[in-house]
Design a protein around this ligand. Structure first.
Ligand code: CMP
Length: 396
């Protein structure tokens, strides 16, 4: 049976999906960010006093335009909501109602509030209430920004480690406040008279903020202060390290899923067993290219090869141009011969490539010889073609 083309509603739903790494999804996100930036900038500028009336009108128009775009987006999302897998088996009306009442739906609705308020004349873009729109729009951004999801996942994954650092932080905080209270209460009863008062100083010192509003005066107090400052740096460094590692690991996991998604489109990989495939997947990187981008340039040194999982490239080889499509590969000759690139390769349409760096290529060559053999065979054919030699038929 022939596969049916996705409906317009399914395509619109797909475009809005956060995890859509395709062209429609990326284009929409870029446009959305641009519109949002224009709206936030207009509101920020309109908060300046004494702007000429013409500028005020112009800024109001931008704010209204941005809100109209968000209104259109809200309606389109609402219309496409029944396409979500979680609403399978639910009537279209119920699916839309569920979506409208979800966090996504409610924030989407709040983001269109400016257009309603301005249309009905209750608020002007330059009015004091206008900055509230900023908050709604930033909220909208935070819901759609992948970084927020990543941060939430990193905190969830690292909660045990983060909790131990927080415990160390609290231990230092309370001990510092108690010791400072004992040492300083006579000289500074206002700031160190009781432990809760002393805690303010301890927090400011431990976080290395150091406002300087409360300063220990005894020698003992200053020694404790120095120790707390050094501990603060250590605790913050620990926290930074945990979060940075968590982010890097989360990104590695996401990249793995992205590659896994693409790798099945390359027949060469699809034939491999799961264990072998997972070894390759961990070494590949996904790169999206718009049309007419030079991916490799002739005579430049090469440190990677590419597999085409979507789209098409044009190889400007010495004896003519060759088109390579989904499933094809290029850039292998520089790795095998350790010579500069033999041709320039340019994308002819939006293209997704899987990149394999030289060091990983040599590792795979040692572990999965069958894969590299077929790459080598094709490289030999291409080399002969470029030299104008007749292609040799190889016995297997
Ligand atoms: P490399 O030399 O690393 O960089 C350019 C790439 O273009 C090359 O590897 C091959 O992958 C590819 N290439 C070169 N010549 C041909 C050809 N005749 N047909 C198809 N692809 C080629």
């Amino acid at each position: 049976m022939a596969a049916t083309a996705p409906s317009t509603r399914a395509r619109i739903y797909d475009m809005f999906r956060h995890s859509n790494v395709g062209h429609s999804g990326r284009r929409w996100r870029a446009f959305h960010l641009l519109v949002l930036a224009a709206g936030l900038l207009a509101i920020a500028i309109s908060s300046i006093d004494g702007l000429p009336p013409a500028v005020d009108v112009f800024l109001t128009m931008i704010v209204v335009l941005v809100a109209v775009v968000f209104f259109g987006e809200y309606l389109a999302r609402l219309w496409a909501a029944p396409e979500a897998a979680r609403f399978a088996g639910v009537s279209d009306g119920m699916a839309r109602l569920h979506w409208a009442l979800s966090v996504d739906g409610l924030i989407g609705l709040l983001a269109v509030f400016p257009v309603v308020a301005i249309t009905f004349g209750s608020v002007q873009a330059s009015h004091e209430a206008a900055p509230v729109f900023c908050v709604f729009w930033i909220l909208k951004l935070s819901v759609h920004a992948p970084a927020m999801t990543t941060l939430a996942r990193v905190i969830a994954n690292e909660r045990a480690t983060l909790a131990s650092v927080v415990i160390i932080f609290v231990m230092i905080l309370v001990s510092a406040a108690t010791i400072a209270h004992m040492l300083e209460r006579e000289l500074q009863p206002k700031a160190f008279g009781n432990i809760p008062e002393a805690l303010w100083w301890a927090v400011v010192t431990l976080t290395t903020t150091g406002y300087g509003d409360v300063v220990p005066q005894t020698v003992g107090g200053r020694m404790v202060g120095s120790l707390v400052m050094v501990s603060g740096i250590l605790v913050l460094a620990l926290m930074t390290g945990i979060l940075a590692t968590g982010f890097a690991e989360e990104e590695r996991r996401r990249e793995y899923l992205r590659v896994w998604d693409q790798v099945t489109r390359v027949p060469m990989f699809a034939e491999l067993g799961t264990v072998t495939l997972s070894e390759i997947v961990s070494k590949l990187r996904v790169r999206h290219y718009p049309p007419r981008i030079v991916v490799v340039r002739r005579d430049e040194p090469g440190d990677s090869m590419f597999f085409i999982s979507e789209g098409e490239v044009e190889v400007r080889a010495p004896r003519g141009t060759v088109a390579l499509r989904q499933g094809g590969f290029f850039g292998e000759m520089a790795l095998l011969d350790r010579l500069p690139r033999s041709a320039t390769v340019v994308t002819t349409q939006p293209t997704t490539l899987l990149v394999l760096y030289a060091s990983d290529f040599y590792e795979i060559a040692a572990n999965i010889p069958s894969l590299v053999e077929s790459v080598e065979r094709e490289a030999r054919r291409r080399r002969a073609e470029n030299l104008g030699e007749p292609a040799k038929v190889e016995s297997s």
